[in-house]
Ligand binder design. Structure first.
Ligand code: NAP
Length: 487
């Protein structure tokens, strides 16, 4: 793999700053572990504030190189990045399996969605338009004519979480470049490797030096500096609500896009197709071991169908095989680390202590594994009804009726995604209007594909919406030129 020769020496990766692959200024590195067996699989640079400053400076100095690049050239570059990702498809799949512990099929889906997102962003780069306006709404400037256009912001800081190590970083990078911004990307420390390879492909596709930079290291050490740097004009952050809140307090004059935690409810109404609902609820709860912001983590089922539904849910749950994520047929791999396992276990134990019925699993399974778990008779007194689980747990709350389901769903501090299972179109529309979540999915688990629909949350789930068109809009600013013709 000659193309990737310069990104690492042995198993130690460098960072991309100003078009060069470099070591951290302190020479410090940090280990990257595989969640499958906790083996150290690589080392990455531990960037210091000095390195973060260099990366922002490189992006700032290069902002015109990409900002003034014609849309047709940016589009060509983005298409090329998408194609290169397909050329190295298996490499990315293997990286995501090893680095994030993601089952093979889910890893394949992530790589495909990433390549397509770049290609889609290429189309969007050519759709950035403006408008002209007359000033004749009042008598005293009726001759004026305004040209309103969208311009790039400058430097976009992209901070991404562990759970979609390639896709979420790309969901920020692709529209940022499409809109003509330069980028500093900081991937999660748990699984940064896929972004390092992506960075090399972005270089290969012809990005000007400095217009795309990647720094690795502890978010806790360099995050405050990056968030407060005024050369950064937008921070696009995906991660926990607590870190999002910290960034928001520091970033006073920067545009913010925050994609934070979630606690998606699935409302299973008495008239639902229970077979579809059971399949979708389990897939929504268990996919990537529930380590998704949009995971279904509260199943609110109407009492009159609860017994029948729970039986079907259990049949579906038992189909999810746990094991080595690289093995065909395995659908549940490890959680990202021991801390994640302990968190899931504490929520399950709290629920058990307060009377929940364990119908499946319910305990640690060695290493970073947690058994696929199903809890029935969960109540609102239990922590698992409110806190992010981020583990393979299907938690069933039996509700009196539709109104109670809506009420419990909306009491959450989160407001990212929801699902409603019903065959009554009026109920579906009513629930769609009443639920306080960014997206309401009718008769399916939340799934966001490559980003044609806007995606994002309200309340503690964040602000603004991601998606190709929506992100490009957010990542540009309105610029106006007003003509004052001679009378
Ligand atoms: P996290 O701990 O908040 O970390 C996310 C990123 O922020 C990492 O790159 C992290 O770097 C960095 N970071 C840490 N402290 C920082 C600081 N003070 N300033 C700036 N950056 C800092 O989240 P995670 O555990 O990786 O991901 C899981 C969370 O992400 C869940 O809450 C999940 O719901 C949320 N999520 C939301 C969405 C969405 O679209 N709404 C999608 C996916 C995930 P280090 O890794 O070096 O600490």
């Amino acid at each position: 793999m000659d193309l990737f020769n310069n990104i690492c020496t042995g198993d130690t990766y460098k960072m991309l700053i100003g078009g060069k692959w470099v070591k951290s200024s302190s020479k410090a590195t940090q280990d990257v572990y595989s969640p499958i067996d906790n083996a150290v699989i690589a080392k990455v640079q531990r960037a210091t504030v000095k390195d973060a400053d260099k990366a922002v400076k490189a992006a700032y100095d290069a902002r015109d190189k990409i900002g003034k690049m014609p849309a047709v050239d940016r589009a060509k570059m983005l298409t090329e990045i998408g194609e290169l990702i397909y050329d190295y498809f298996d490499l990315f799949v293997d990286l995501i399996i090893e680095d994030a512990g993601k089952p093979k099929n889910v890893a394949k889906g992530e790589v495909t969605a990433t390549a397509e997102r770049f290609k889609y962003a290429a189309e969007e780069a050519k759709q950035i338009t403006g408008e002209s306006m007359l000033g004749d709404t009042v008598p005293w400037h009726k001759e004026k004519v305004g040209m309103v256009m969208r311009q790039p912001l400058g430097v976009v800081l992209a901070i991404s979480p562990f759970n979609y190590p390639l896709f979420i970083a790309s969901a920020k990078i692709a529209p940022a470049l499409a809109a003509g911004n330069s980028v500093v990307c900081k991937p999660a420390s748990s699984d940064p490797l896929a972004v390092m390879y992506l960075a090399r492909l972005i270089q290969e596709a012809g990005i000007p030096d400095g217009a795309f930079n990647v720094i690795t290291g502890s978010g806790g050490e360099i995050g405050d500096f990056l968030s407060g740097d005024k050369r950064v004009r937008m921070i696009s952050f995906t991660g926990s609500s607590s870190v999002g809140e910290r960034i928001a307090k520091i970033a006073v004059f920067q545009k913010l896009h925050l994609e934070l935690g979630g606690k998606a409810p699935a409302l299973v109404l008495a008239d639902a197709d229970l077979n579809i609902a059971a399949k979708q609820c389990i897939s929504g709860a268990y996919k990537f071991s529930g380590q998704r912001c949009d995971a279904i983590s509260r199943i609110l089922v109407e009492k009159k169908v609860a017994d029948r539904f729970v039986k079907k849910l259990l049949v579906e749950a038992k189909k999810w095989k746990m094991g080595d994520p690289a093995e065909a047929g395995v659908k549940i791999g490890p959680l990202i680390d021991a801390r994640a396992v302990a968190k899931v276990d504490s929520l399950v134990k709290d629920a058990k202590k307060k009377g929940a019925k364990v119908l499946l699993g319910g305990k640690e399974a060695g290493g970073n594994y947690y058994e696929p778990t199903m809890l029935d008779k969960v109540t609102t007194k239990m922590k698992i009804a409110w806190e992010e689980t981020f583990g393979p747990v299907a938690a069933v709350i039996r509700v009196k009726d539709y109104e109670e389901a809506i009420s419990i769903a909306n009491q959450s501090e989160f407001g990212l995604d929801a699902s409603v299972f019903t065959q009554d179109v009026d109920k579906a529309l009513d629930a769609g209007m009443q639920l306080e979540d960014g997206t309401v999915n009718i008769n399916a688990a939340p799934a966001h594909g490559i980003g044609n629909f806007p995606f994002g949350g309200d309340k503690d789930s964040g602000m603004d919406r991601e998606g190709i068109k929506f992100s490009v809009d957010e990542m540009t600013k309105v610029h106006t030129i007003v003509f004052n013709p001679k009378k």
